[in-house]
Design a protein around this ligand. Structure first.
Ligand code: SAH
Length: 417
């Protein structure tokens, strides 16, 4: 851990080193904030070992050199005091009380400053914070995404109404304070929902998305697309995933739960053909744009539920096996080649993969499965199923993507026995 950083912080704020964050109890996001970083890593190792060592040896967790301010995505709920001054915060854990938060130890600092500036402009623009209980007010959330390598910054203002009277002046004032903002988007969310972003969106300034570079490839990231929050560790994670896949340049690769296509595109240099499958349409558009930006020609993206897509592939193989070789046209030969993945990358959400996905995986039997997981508990459940049905765990690597929190990411290599 960077001691300099911590000491510097303590000096600046005069806080004891046992209280790095005054909000942490009410926020609840950083369960480990007052634990030395080495100990945090030891805790995570113990947790992962307990869940996964039944499948084999778990490698020592890879930590961060500087575990602060790593989050490239920052979100604040907008509130307002009695004098009409705006502020941002978060809902207290398991409650509806908004806690004012002026800075955060894990968020990108520039993004935090921009969020403060947006809130600071509210009063002079007579902009009211949205009140969830009464349904009155305008500004609901502020979301900021930053490109670690490109420095691009996207600001999303989530409003309760599409009528934004002085928006041009608001944008002007903000850009004067922060010329580093590269795009501003308004997202209109007038529903009573815990979802931050809705479908209605308007670009006020710039491209409406950011680009960032990971593992030498450039990616497009729209407001609603998933993108890993810790870019430094993501490069390490993806590096491990590619190393585990051991690609030779000939393989057909399936990147399931592909998001904006990051893993698939990084793998494409080392593979014959890559298919990405992802449910979120905005992310798929980003992925297709990314392939164009990077001039990658051996990749395609499919918008589908990953389980349903696997089922389609599995039934396609059974079908094509019935067709006599002579009758197979050139077209279906390529389809055949495409539908039988040699290597599968899978990176499902916290809930893990579906039974449909896993049972079709067993039918398709890719030689190698590289499972990337942000939840060791669902990972354990899915590994149990796969190892009970012909797969063997070869390697397991935890990577600390979320310092100060108890969350842990793992990458696992499985092969057919
Ligand atoms: N591999 C990507 C994204 C991982 S996050 C990366 O590293 O950036 C998981 C992704 O799975 C999200 O983009 C989410 O939209 C997608 N997803 C969630 N459920 C899905 C499903 N049933 N089928 C396909 N994709 C799904």
């Amino acid at each position: 851990m960077s001691r300099d950083h911590k000491e510097n912080y303590n000096r600046k704020t005069n806080r004891s080193k046992n209280n790095l964050c005054p909000y942490h109890r009410r926020c609840g996001g950083c369960q480990y904030i007052n634990m030395p970083y080495d100990q945090q890593l030891a805790e995570k190792q113990k947790y992962v070992d307990k869940l996964l060592s039944g499948f084999g040896r778990v490698e020592p967790i890879i930590g961060m050199k500087d575990p602060f301010h790593y989050r490239n995505k920052v979100h604040g709920v907008v509130g307002m005091d009695r004098q009409g001054n705006g502020y941002t915060g978060i809902y207290e854990a398991d409650s509806h009380r908004l806690v004012r938060v002026d800075y955060c130890m894990i968020e990108n600092q520039k993004a935090d400053q921009i969020m403060q500036s947006v809130a600071g402009l509210m009063k002079s623009f007579k902009m009211k914070a949205y009140n969830e209980d009464t349904g009155y007010g305008f500004l609901r959330h502020i979301l900021i995404r930053t490109g670690h390598h490109t420095g691009e910054i996207l600001l999303v203002l989530v409003t309760a109404s599409p009528i934004f009277p002085s928006r041009n002046n608001f944008v002007k004032a903000l850009r004067k304070l922060h010329p580093e903002i590269t795009s501003i988007v308004v997202n209109v969310n007038d529903r009573d929902t815990s979802m931050i972003l809705a479908d209605r969106q308007q670009v006020l300034y710039g491209k409406g998305y950011i680009e960032d570079i990971l593992c030498g490839k450039r990616f497009r990231i729209s407001p609603k697309s998933f993108y890993q929050v810790n870019p430094v560790q993501t490069e390490i994670l993806y590096g491990k995933a590619i190393e585990y896949a051991g690609l030779t340049g000939r393989e057909t690769v399936l990147d399931a739960y592909s998001g904006i296509g990051t893993i698939g595109m990084v793998a494409s240099d080392h593979a014959g053909h890559v298919i990405g499958v992802e449910l979120n349409g905005e992310a798929v558009k980003d992925a297709i744009a990314g392939a164009r930006i990077n001039k990658i020609h051996n990749i395609q993206f499919v918008r589908a539920d990953a389980g349903e897509y696997m089922a389609r592939l599995a039934s396609g193989i059974r079908h094509s096996a019935d067709v006599s070789r002579k009758k197979v046209s050139k077209q279906s030969l390529t389809e055949q080649a495409i539908v039988r993945p040699d290597v599968l990358f899978m990176d499902p959400p916290r809930s893990g993969s579906s039974r449909e996905f896993l049972s079709c995986l067993l039918k398709l039997k890719p030689e190698k499965v590289v499972y990337i997981s942000c939840n060791p508990e669902t990972l354990q459940r899915d590994l149990k199923y796969l190892t009970g049905n012909g797969y063997r765990v070869k390697k397991m690597q935890p990577v600390d993507m979320f310092p100060m929190t108890e969350k842990c990411e793992c990458v696992v290599l499985l092969t057919t026995k």
